[in-house]
Design a protein around this ligand. Structure first.
Ligand code: F6R
Length: 260
């Protein structure tokens, strides 16, 4: 896996945004998978800046969000749909017809998930998936013990995830929905390119296991070791437990790049 360690969160966010910009420049019709949460806020801010100041054009881009809570309308301020419009879509020229987010109020979540999977296929698959990571190694909302062959489906959130995400629900764990719809591990792994972002000391253990640990369903992100084109973007805190790389380290302004 390729690993980029940035001096700080801003540089990490900028470097990750550059990968998306390069993808769009290479293929203006590209299909992106997108995360929510605290980690990508700087990344979205940088993409918005690139759109406003450098003309980065999202008009032909198709997006699929990784997940959405079940039971929340998209108008709920803690829904991922609300997050995406608030932090990104409202500030760029994305075509709303090309935006896909599972519907939290879908009457039949299983059918919603199956339809989502069909839409991804119809769009030609995902060119670039952008991921965050949970403290327990979840990607999307694929919690430990998720099968690597899983597709988009309704899931139950792990207790640790509910606790971690209470900060987006006025610090009330009881307000966090217990279920969500998430892209599956297989759906994510079928993406042609993957980048994963992580910052802060609370992610260092999961990052160690993602990169150095065995590939195991107990740490869903460890499956990324099997992907042919995956790059992990870290700040120094998230990288603090990594072993020194055996290959050459390439230094750039504010970043170190290495392969494990
Ligand atoms: C959210 C998602 C999750 C988050 C993860 C980290 O769409 O897919 O996997 O990326 O829970 O969340 P933060 O960034 O808030 O620590």
């Amino acid at each position: 896996m390729k690993v980029i360690i940035a001096d700080d969160y801003e540089i990490m966010s900028r470097e990750a945004a550059k990968v998306v910009a390069a993808e769009i420049e290479k293929n203006p019709d590209c299909v992106l998978a997108l995360p929510t949460g605290g980690t990508p806020l700087g990344f979205y801010a940088e993409l918005v800046r690139m759109h406003k100041e450098e003309g980065l054009d999202f008009s032909r881009v198709t997006t699929f969000n990784l997940d959405e809570y079940l039971g929340l309308p998209e108008t709920h301020k803690s829904s991922y749909a609300f997050y995406m419009y608030d932090n990104f879509f409202n500030d760029v020229n994305v075509n709303r017809d090309r935006v896909h987010i599972p519907r939290g109020l879908a009457e039949d979540p299983h059918e919603e998930a199956a339809a989502y999977e069909r839409e991804i296929k119809k769009a030609g698959g995902i060119d670039l998936a952008v991921l965050g990571i949970g403290r327990n190694g979840h990607i999307g909302f694929n919690e430990p013990k998720t099968e690597f062959g899983s597709l988009t489906r309704p899931i139950y959130l792990a207790k640790r995830t509910i606790e971690a995400n209470a900060r987006f629900f006025d610090d009330d764990p009881d307000a966090v929905p217990r279920q969500a719809i998430s892209m599956g591990i297989k759906t994510i792994m079928n993406s042609r390119k993957i980048i994963l972002l992580a910052n802060g000391p609370e992610k260092s253990g999961a990052i160690y296991q993602t990169i150095h640990g065995p590939v195991t369903d107990m740490v869903p992100s460890s499956v990324l070791q099997l992907h042919p084109d995956c790059t992990v973007f870290l700040d120094r805190d998230a990288a603090s437990e990594l072993k020194p790389p055996s290959d050459d380290v390439v230094q750039g302004p504010g970043i170190m790049s290495m392969v494990y």
